[in-house]
Design a binder for this molecule. Structure first.
Ligand SMILES: O=C(NNC1=NCCC1)c1ccc(Br)cc1
Length: 326
């Protein structure tokens, strides 16, 4: 049975985390994304003007799926589209011999401009894979039958390299016990329900945070508008229309954000919520917590995930998420 581990290297401000992946004879850095289900890469089919500074997948090692195509738009309105190949994909020693690899023929500017990332490796449920006319499986779903345990884990860190594992839980990566919660995969996401929250040392847990997804591909923590408002009231922040979100002082006094999941409280340090100066050198930071307005549910992105050890587990039949303090 297979198992393995791969580094997750943070970009500036932990905006995304990139991991080395071998596809055929190409070595690329991909953004592992539990919020989508396509494995796509810059390729020899990508216009040269759109792929400056990127490693590219050389599709000559693959078998083209004739007449297949893909097209994806992400929550932040970035996107890409192209053709599909079957090729060997290796992640941390775990091998998928015939993985659907989506070669980009067009890519939005936010991906072209981010030269650290050579594409995405989707880890949401294969039910939202965009390949047509026949939907394809994610890397995890492809290798799942061969894994020692049908799960992968995510250990992201603030400003340091973390890791993803496939097929095993690294018990040295967390403290205390793991709290498991049921996952509703009906929308293709790792969706769970979060409970009460509190700000700083207040123990007055307030209302329920509600339906949330665990999304490594989203940088920030998007919460109900009332929760975000309550946080920044205590953090001395404000909603800044010009910045398009909440900002707060970068002075190191941001309070922690505490949230109950499965009856266990997890702490997001205030230092993670003073996310980044709004402009280089500024004493005003963009907030790591923002309102989920227009999204319809909460997104527990990297600001939350780097505070915990997360287990994405389908080994019990029904999918579940495990969280532990780290
Ligand atoms: O697209 C999503 N996550 N992944 C990525 N974002 C940007 C590049 C990759 C996403 C998924 C669900 C919801 Br709700 C909002 C956003």
């Amino acid at each position: 049975a297979q198992s393995g581990t791969v580094a997750a290297d943070p970009q500036q401000y932990d905006q995304a985390y990139l991991s080395p992946v071998t596809i055929g004879n190409s070595q690329l850095m991909l953004d592992f994304d539990t919020g989508s289900a396509d494995l796509w890469a810059f390729s020899n089919e990508t216009p040269a003007s759109e792929s400056v500074g990127h490693a590219k997948y050389d599709s000559s090692t693959g078998t083209e799926l004739q007449g297949y195509s893909w097209s994806i738009t992400y929550g932040d309105q970035s996107g890409a589209a192209g053709n599909v190949y079957a090729d060997k994909v290796v992640v941390g020693g775990v091998t998928a011999t015939k993985q659907a690899v989506e070669a980009a023929t067009s890519i939005s500017t936010s991906f072209s401009d981010n030269t650290d990332s050579d594409g995405l490796l989707g880890l949401a449920f294969s039910s939202i894979n965009t390949v047509t006319p026949k939907q394809q499986t994610t890397f995890f779903d492809t290798v799942k039958p061969t894994l020692a345990k049908a799960l992968f884990t995510c250990d992201l860190k603030q400003g340091n390299a973390g890791s993803y594992t496939f097929g095993y839980i690294d018990t040295s990566k967390y403290t205390g016990s793991v709290t498991y919660v049921p996952v509703d995969d009906s929308q293709g996401f790792w969706s769970f329900t979060a409970g009460g929250y509190s700000v700083g040392s207040d123990n007055a847990t307030s209302g329920s945070v509600g339906v949330s997804i665990a999304d490594t591909g989203t940088s920030l923590l998007y919460l109900p508008a009332a929760v975000a408002k309550a946080y920044y009231a205590k953090a001395g922040g404000k909603f800044d229309n010009q910045q398009g979100g909440y900002t707060l002082p970068c002075n190191g006094n941001a309070p922690d954000f505490n949230v109950a999941i499965g009856g266990k409280t997890f702490v997001v340090p205030g230092s993670y919520i003073a996310y980044a100066p709004i402009t280089s050198g500024s004493q005003t930071c963009f907030g790591g917590i923002q309102a989920n307005t227009g999204i319809g549910f909460n997104i527990f992105g990297d600001v939350f995930l780097k505070a915990v050890y997360a287990i994405f587990d389908v080994s019990q039949g029904a999918p579940r998420l495990g969280f532990a303090a780290q």
